[in-house]
Design a protein around this ligand. Structure first.
Ligand code: CP
Ligand code: NVA
Length: 318
């Protein structure tokens, strides 16, 4: 199947929200990844490509961000449009204006809205109230833009996705939810090792398993990091305390003490394993400096691909 320049797939994406990978078919996700790779090529070649000339993206942030903010803003500029940074506390949303009214109002000015917030229900409500596409820039439940960029990165390094094994070690958080769903859609075997009490959301697990059946992928949950990492092509980890969970830092350090990704653990992975992390990272906690700064680490390729992957999403849906 022709995946870049496929009119039918491209047409089907126009006007859609990008809230979660579960809403996209395997072909659509593959299309977005290929489109991202093509946009990256154009960008490196210095080709000007501006399908979003004259368009505006509003970016609502209720949490901090380096990568998401910069990559969306620069991405929108490169596509010929502009992005507006809207800190929640500086707009009326922070003073109690409803998400619905915010969505309705903003849709009168903007061509798309990206939001980073705590409760996933806020993103869903925003998308319900908006008449322009809404993009999930991270919630407590998921981080689909990161997962899309991550699988683009894996494809670039490994030359394929289907049949690979990705292991995730650590907190059953927003990141692992999007990664496991992406894996199920792309035919990737996914294993998770997390301590008791920090498992991925059972509903997401269930939904992932349903999707995995359709592509021949598998999802394995366990407690032992060595078991999860065994023969893995990719090993991924994320912070032990996500944004909003800072008060639990000490308690989590104890719970996750034996879940650090370090050279000792990596002996169980394939020899040519890739190490991945969405960043920001805490060296000496979820990952040792030797691993994240070592030869197998592709964390800054992931960070770069946020730009290309999100440009693909914006160009496709806006
Ligand atoms: N990975 C990621 O989303 O980074 P930021 O929090 O810096 O946006
Ligand atoms: N799980 C992390 C991801 C940051 C990009 C968090 O939510 O803080």
């Amino acid at each position: 199947m022709k995946l870049v320049g496929n009119e039918e797939l491209a047409h089907g994406l126009k006007g859609r929200d990008f809230l979660a990978l579960v809403d996209y078919t395997p072909e659509e996700i593959q299309y977005l990844i290929n489109y991202a790779i093509e946009l990256k090529r154009k960008n490196k070649a210095g080709e000007v490509y501006q399908p979003l000339r004259g368009k505006s993206l509003g970016m609502i942030f209720e949490k901090s961000s380096t990568r998401t903010r910069v990559s969306f803003e620069v991405g929108m500029y490169q596509l010929g449009g502009q992005a507006l940074f809207l800190s929640k506390n500086d707009i009326q949303l922070g003073r109690g204006e409803t998400v619905w009214d915010t969505a309705q109002t903003m849709s009168r000015y903007l061509d798309g809205i990206m939001i980073r917030t705590f409760g996933h229900k806020n993103v869903v409500e925003l998308a319900r109230g908006a008449t322009v596409p809404v993009i999930n820039g991270l919630t407590d439940l998921s981080h689909p833009c990161q997962a899309l960029a991550d699988y683009q990165t894996v494809l670039e390094h490994k030359g394929k996705l289907s049949g690979l094994k990705v292991a995730y070690v650590g907190d059953g958080n927003n990141m692992v939810h999007s990664l496991m769903m992406g894996a199920a859609k792309l035919g990737i075997h996914f294993s998770v090792a997390s301590p008791e009490g920090y498992d991925p959301d059972p509903e997401v697990v269930e939904l992932t398993r349903e999707n995995a059946k359709k592509t021949g992928a598998s999802l394995t949950l366990c407690r032992d990091p060595k078991e999860a990492v065994a023969d893995a092509d990719v090993v991924y980890t994320d912070v032990w305390a996500s944004m909003g969970f800072e008060a639990e830092q000490q308690k989590r350090e104890l719970a996750f003490a034996s879940y650090q990704v370090n050279d000792e653990l990596m002996k169980y992975a394939k020899k040519d394993y890739l190490f991945m992390h969405c960043l920001p990272a805490h060296r000496g906690e979820e990952v040792s400096a030797e691993v994240i700064d070592g030869a197998h680490s592709i964390v800054f390729d992931q960070a770069e691909n946020r730009l290309h992957a999100q440009k693909a999403v914006m160009a496709a849906i806006m």
